[in-house]
Design a protein around this ligand. Sequence first.
Ligand code: ADP
Length: 626
Amino acid sequence: MSEQRETLGFQTEVSQLLQLMIHSLYSNKEIFLRELISNASDAADKLRFEALANPELQDDDAELGILIEIDKEQRTLSVTDNGIGMSRDELIDNLGTIAKSGTAEFLQQMTGDKQHDAHLIGQFGVGFYSAFIVADKVTVESRRAGCDADAAVRWESEAQGDFTIENIDRAARGTRVILHLKEDETEYAEAFRIESLIRKYSDHIGFPVSLLDKNAEEAETKVVNSATALWTRSRTDVKEDEYKEFYKYLSHDFSDPLLWSHNRVEGKREYTSLLYIPSAAPFDLWNRDAPRGLKLYVQRVFIMDDAEQFLPLYLRFVKGVVDSSDLPLNVSRELLQQNPELTSMRSALTRRVLDMLKKLAADKDDYQKFWKEFGQVLKEGLVEDHSNKDKLAKLLRFATTHNGNDEQDQSLDDYIERAEDGQEKIYYILAENYATAVASPHIEQLRSRGLEVLLLTDRVDAWLTDGLSEYEGKQLVDVAREALDLSDGEDDKGQDKLNDENKSLLEKIQAALSERVEAVNVSRRLVDSPACVVASDQDLNPQVRRMLEASGQELPDSKPILEINIEHPIVIRLSDEADDGRFDALSNIVLDHALLAEGSQLDNPAEYVQRINQFMLGSNSGADND
Ligand code: ADP
């Protein structure tokens, strides 16, 4: 029945990834073995899982294990498992395409600089294709559990853009991956070398990994690893390096994790968790559909990858394992969702992660590493998880006017510590970027009074401030809101300046700008700028409005409030302006500049340019032009 040999092309992304991997991972070559053993161990895990419902799948070959065979004469290394195996279609899909969405965009970031690219590929996760770093040809023979021997398949490729696939006879269940080593990679057919790599990378795997040197005088198979799943061991027995290796095996990342926490919970509920905070964000951190979550085991039997129910979305960067003694072995994603056990496990695990971060925050440098990678994600927690608001708020870091640079490294506690006694508010401004925030007219008065302002420039900040209206009894205040009250500590002078003459000026400006502004007020927040726009307290923050509009949402029209610095020379000039046309034009320019300063787009830039041009030519009024 043997189906014919077929040659199929790799998906473009696979070809690109292969070339990049071979090129950029040259100094990390040996990780291929970890990746292949990791796949073999996953395959054994999956078989054990399917055999729960279907015991005959495992009947013929019950002891699960992984065998590495080396043959220096033939220049081959093979990794064989008796796990789940792959059918013809699965082989074509799994080893011919990359299912992760966003891969094409990711690959475009590659520059050809080895170090840079190696780092990026680390974020992507290397996997099976890393075999081609040391092999010029790879053969995979596989028989899916439950299929007949003559339905086995052979896949073969030289990484030159295509692979062949043909049906073969294979007595054994599972997969063998045969690496035909490159001429200068024969060290990977040396027993001592492979043995040390297995110990280094795969000691903690829950299945025996054996080695057979086919060229040895007395060729015998020996188990090399300790074959006890790492999380089942006592914390005191596990070395730091073993934790790090286990992380790499789990995550396919090849940087060390920043931190981990290994715990056994006993009592009413029993489970073990081993949670890691990575040191770098994965390439698809911002893809909401990207797989996330923990690897779930029940009584040491693997149940599923990416069990996302154990942690909230804002902790999606956490990697790890949870092994429960209480959940049923037949638990599915759907059942997990309804399981009452889960709610309490989820909140305990969430607290555990937040405690890890608190611990990490004790070291400023380490915490900054974390914050740069994952700070924006953590901020989502303020909206998503009200029960942990206080803990989360302590973990936030901001750029502020105190810093003089855009580094997000100040906590709310740092802010409060610096504030004068009696300052009951924490001021912040939302802006598109640091430059706009720090130069914003809205913070002039605060700055001149020495009041610190948080400079919030991440997209998520608008939601963050929605979720966090108060910290340690101090109110968080948006300095671009109409109702800003700067009476903290000092009397506010704004309204005192409002005499009859000013009043009529405001009315006149209001009349000139009636189409464009809701109201014109005397400002309490300006020092150097003539004007700024603010949002009324019911309105969306302008930064939020800009974001929603950019994402294509239709919003009801809303007009800003223009605030005037009554002592500013331009405003004085305006008040002296006798010509109505010029008064109108100048009022519009003042408003346009206030909008530009906060990062808004002008509705009609051409009109603005025309006004300015006319002023530059000294022929600014319609009346004058006649
Ligand atoms: P990853 O392991 O990150 O999913 P890989 O490129 O390493 O990516 O492997 C792709 C897929 O191929 C795996 O998800 C798995 O389904 C399948 N696969 C790889 N190796 C084996 C194996 N030894 N046994 C069964 N399936 C395997």
